[in-house]
Design a binder for this molecule. Structure first.
Ligand code: DQQ
Length: 478
C-alpha cells in the first residue's frame, strides 16, 4: 500500500510535476474557471516560485497552460508569491494583486492584469509598470507583509478595500491590515486594523467575504451591500506558526473598518478550522455562473523532502468545496465538495444495511480501484443511545484513544487505504458523546497513527485531529 502514495492522483488537481503550494487568484472568466498556484518549475521542493496556471470548464477536468507569471523583476525576483483576483464591474475586468518577494527578500504588493482581456484563457499577463505599489508600512517587518485578498467594494463601488496579513511582534498578534484604493494603483492604509488576535503569530493568506444569512447562495465581494442583517462576514487566516486555516464568523462595519467575531471564544486562530487534516493557504472565489462561493485549499505532503524529490512531485489541491453559512446554528460554515466532482464517478457499489457490531471490522469488497470516492451514512440504534446516560463527556479526537479506544458510542467509521493485514490503514471515524446536560455531540476524527509503515512520515503524536459538530451534520460523510 505504500506504493499508493507514490502514484499521482486522479480526482485532485496537481501540475504535471514538481512542487506546488497555495492556490492563487481563482476566478471564472468568459466560460472558464482559472486556477493559478504557487509552483516550482525546477524541482519537487519549494523555491523559484512562479504562478502555474490551469483552466477548466467544470472545476474537475483541467488543462495545464504555460506559467502566468515568473519571477523576472527585481520586485518579485525571490518569488511571485500569493495573490488574489478581483473582477471589476460592470464588465468583469480582471485585476490581480500579488506579493513579490524582492531581490532583497522584502515583501511588496504588485498589480498584474491580463495582456488581452478578450482571451478567455488569459494566457499572457502584464505586470504593472508602477510596481511595486505597496511596501511594508512603518512598524511592519519587511518579511511580514503578504498575500493580498480579493478586493471588496465600499461606497457604491467608488472605492475598493484590500486586506493584507501581518503580525504585531510585541504581542505575537496576527493582524489584518486594510488598504483603500479607487484605481488599484494608489492606496492608503486605513487607520487601525480590521482585526487582530494576540498570541496567534503571523497571519498568511487572509480571506474575507460576505455570506448570506437569508438564503443558501454565495455572495460576491463586489455586490451592492445586501439589506442589513442578511449578511455576515467570514475572516480566515492561515496561521504560519501552526500551519492551519482558522476562520470565524462576525460583523463588518465598513465605516469604522472593523470586523468583530460573533463569539470571541471562537475567534480567528483560536476557534474553528476550515479543515482538520493537512490543509493550508486556502482561498475562496465567487462563481457567478452558479451563484456559489467556492473554496480552494492546498494539501501538502506528510512525506520527507527526499521522498518528494524521488517521486518528482509534491502536494495536491483539495477538491473545491461550496461554502455556505449554517443557517440552522449560525455558528459555523457548511462545506461540501462541489457537485461537479460526482461526474468523476465511473461506477459505484452500494452496501446497504451493513451491521456493525461493537469492536468489529467489516470488509467491503469494492473490487479493484486506486481511487475511491465514498459516501457513508451511519445510524445508531435508538436503544443504544437511550441506554447511554452519560458517555465520555470529555471526548477529544486527539487524546481519547484514537480509532482503537473503545467507548460507549464509538468510534465507528471507515478504514481507508487499508492493506489486507491492516498493518497500514487510515481510520476516518465518528464518535458520539453525551454531555452532562444530556445533549449529544458528534466528533469527526481521523487517526493517522498507522497510515503508513515507512519511517520518517510526519505524524502528530496521536495522529488524530478532530472537529465537533452537530449530530445532524454528521449523518453523511464523504
Ligand atoms: N506561501 C506563499 C506566501 C504565503 C505562503 C509563498 C503560505 O505568499 O504566505 O509561496 O503558504
Amino acid at each position: 500500500n505504500s506504493m499508493l502514495s507514490w502514484q499521482r492522483t486522479a480526482f485532485h488537481f496537481q501540475p504535471e510535476k514538481n512542487w506546488m503550494n497555495d492556490p492563487d487568484a481563482p476566478l471564472w472568466y468568459k466560460g472558464w474557471y482559472h486556477l493559478f498556484y504557487q509552483w516550482n518549475p525546477d524541482s519537487a521542493v519549494w523555491g523559484n516560485i512562479t504562478w502555474g496556471h490551469a483552466v477548466s470548464r467544470d472545476l474537475v477536468h483541467w488543462l495545464l497552460l504555460p506559467p502566468a507569471m515568473v519571477p523576472d523583476r527585481w520586485y518579485d525576483a525571490n518569488g511571485v508569491w500569493t495573490g488574489s483576483a478581483t473582477l471589476l464591474p460592470p464588465d468583469g475586468r480582471v485585476v490581480v494583486l500579488y506579493t513579490g518577494s524582492t531581490n532583497a527578500s522584502v515583501q511588496v504588493q504588485n498589480l498584474a492584469t491580463p495582456a488581452d482581456p478578450s482571451d478567455p484563457l488569459l494566457l499572457r499577463w502584464l505586470k504593472c509598470a508602477s510596481n511595486p505599489l505597496l511596501l511594508p508600512p512603518p512598524g511592519v517587518g519587511p518579511k511580514d507583509f503578504r498575500d493580498p485578498t480579493t478586493a471588496w467594494s465600499v461606497r457604491n463601488r467608488s472605492a475598493w478595500r484590500v486586506g493584507i496579513g501581518s503580525k504585531d511582534d510585541s504581542r505575537h498578534a496576527g493582524i489584518a491590515l486594510v488598504y483603500e484604493t479607487e484605481d488599484f494603483l494608489t492606496y492608503r492604509l486605513l487607520p487601525g486594523r480590521l482585526h487582530e488576535v494576540p498570541g496567534t503569530g503571523m497571519w498568511e493568506c487572509l480571506d474575507f467575504y460576505p455570506v448570506s444569512t437569508a438564503a443558501d447562495v454565495g455572495l460576491d465581494t463586489s455586490a451592492e451591500p445586501p439589506p442589513p442583517g442578511a449578511v455576515k462576514h467570514v475572516l480566515k487566516a492561515s496561521l504560519d506558526d501552526v500551519k492551519h486555516d482558522y476562520y470565524a464568523i462576525g460583523d463588518y462595519d465598513p465605516d469604522g473598518n472593523v470586523w468583530v467575531p460573533d463569539d470571541p471564544e471562537n475567534d480567528v486562530g483560536i476557534g474553528l478550522r476550515l479543515d482538520y487534516g493537512k490543509y493550508y493557504a486556502s482561498k475562496t472565489f465567487y462563481d457567478e455562473t452558479k451563484r456559489r462561493r467556492v473554496l480552494w485549499g492546498w494539501s501538502g505532503e506528510t512525506d520527507s523532502e527526499n521522498a518528494d524529490l524521488l517521486k518528482g512531485w509534491a502536494s495536491v489541491q483539495t477538491i473545491p468545496r461550496t461554502i455556505l453559512y449554517d443557517r440552522k446554528t449560525g455558528s459555523n460554515l457548511l462545506l461540501w465538495p462541489i457537485e461537479e466532482v460526482e461526474s468523476l464517478r465511473l461506477s459505484s457499489k452500494e452496501f446497504i444495511d451493513t451491521e456493525l457490531d461493537p469492536g468489529s471490522i467489516v470488509p467491503l469488497d469494492v473490487g479493484r480501484a486506486t481511487q475511491l470516492d465514498k459516501e457513508a451514512e451511519f445510524a445508531i440504534e435508538t436503544e443504544a443511545l437511550a441506554r447511554t446516560a452519560e458517555a465520555d463527556v470529555g471526548y477529544n479526537c486527539s487524546t481519547s484513544g484514537g480509532a482503537y479506544g473503545r467507548g460507549a458510542l464509538g468510534p465507528f467509521g471507515l478504514l481507508v487505504l487499508a492493506g489486507q493485514d491492516l498493518s497500514e490503514q487510515t481510520a476516518v471515524y465518528f464518535y458520539v458523546s453525551r454531555g452532562t446536560d444530556g445533549s449529544l455531540r458528534t466528533f469527526v476524527c481521523s487517526d493517522e497513527l498507522r497510515h503508513a509503515c515507512r519511517p520518517r512520515l510526519m505524524t502528530s503524536s496521536r495522529g488524530c485531529t478532530g472537529a465537533r459538530c452537530r449530530c445532524s451534520t454528521a449523518k453523511r460523510s464523504r
